[in-house]
Design a protein. Sequence first.
Length: 233
Amino acid sequence: MNKLWAALVFVAAVIFAAGPVLFPGFAGFAPDAFPVPQDNPPVQPAGYTFAIWGLIYLWLVAGTGFGLFRRAEDPDWQPHRKPLLLSLAVGVIWLPVAQLSPIAATVLIWVMLVSALIALFLAGDMDRWLQTSPLAVYAGWLTAAASVSIGLLLAGYGLLPATPAALVGLAIALAIALVIQYRLHRAPLYGITVIWALVGVIVANSSPLNIAVAGLAVLGIFAILALRGTDTE
C-alpha cells in the first residue's frame, strides 16, 4: 500500500507538471474575465516571478520520484503523501478551470494551498532537499497565488477598489506566511518563496509607484526575514 501511495503521488506530480502542455494558453486571468476588468492589478506580482513554476514542477517530480524509487516504504516519507496527492490532483484540473472561471479557480487554489500546507507540516526530516524543500517552495508560491486570487476577486467584482483589494490580498498572504514560517523554522524555503512573490509585487508597483502596496510588501519581507532569527524547533 505504501508503494501505491508513492506511485500515485509521483504520477500526479508528473501530470501536474505537464499541465502547461496539456492545457496551453493560460497566462493569468484575462482582464475581461471580471465584471471590472483587471488591467495590471496591483496585487499581482511582476510576470517574471511566475517562472518559479518551472522550478516547482521539476522539484516536485524529482522529489516524488525519489520517494517512489528510494523511499517508498520508509516511514518518514509516509505521512505527507495523502495531502500532497490531494493538492496535486486538484492542481491537475486547475488550469482548465482557470480558463473558464476565476471564482472556481480561486476555490480550487485554496484547496491546493491548504492540502499543500498540511503536507508540508507532515513532511519528515529525512532527505530534506527532496522531501521538505519542494513542498516548501510549492506551498510558499501557493500562499502568494491564493491570496492574489482573493485580491483579484475583490477588485474584479467591484467589492473594493484595486489598491485596497491588493492590500487585503497581501495582508492575507502575510498572515499565513508569518504563522507558517514561525511554526516551520525547518523549512526556510517557504518564506523565501513568499519573499520572491513580494519582490515581484514591489517591482509591479514601482512604476508608477503605488506606495501603499509596495510598502506593505517591503514590510512583509522584513517581517519574514526577522522570523529567521527565531528558534521555534
